[in-house]
Design a protein around this ligand. Sequence first.
Ligand code: DX5
Ligand code: ZN
Length: 208
Amino acid sequence: MKIKISPSILSADFGALNKDIEEIQSHCDQIHVDVMDGHFVPNITIGAPVVKCLTTALPLNVHLMIENPEKYIEDFAKAGSDRIVVHVEACKDLRAVLEQIKELDVENGVSIKPGTSVSEIKDVLDIVDEVLVMTVEPGFGGQSFMEDMLPKIKELRELGFEGDIGIDGGINADTARLCREAGANLLIAGSYIFGAENRVDAIYSLRG
Ligand code: DX5
Ligand code: ZN
């Protein structure tokens, strides 16, 4: 499977997002946008109006770390999201939320926190474009990769899931290799890319 790199703009300069994206966009595959509400996670970032201001032609993969995502999905779709990923822990009716995203002509995804097992999402894999496996507790960039999450990747592939398996949290050249070997194909990295002296080199080091 082709490896896709998705820089997380959580570690970019929020006052110059379009400039930071422009600098790297020809070297990566999509842009990862972290939306946090201060309830589902202990941090607040951006909402749909900011997503709307992103000018890149790359697909926007929007990771919603918010309670009641069903209330805001339409806003994020209208703002130009190409894919919307919700957390199973935040959804009362996960299948309904995933279908709601599809009905808006947007790709969907479901994310699992470190404490959540693959069995919690097994039943929706038939309608899902991406499973996003968190390898840190969601909320902040720059945390350490939790290696004990790697078996979740294998488990998903063993269940026959052929969509994107994204890995989010603590990705660098070393942890990216572990993820690729386990069967993940979508690597999200924030601080490793935007904190690097040479951001483009950092991106290529993730591809292996
Ligand atoms: C964390 C976010 C991540 C974050 C990753 O809750 O979902 O996307 O930006 O940051 P790094 O790559 O620095 O661990
Ligand atoms: Zn994220």
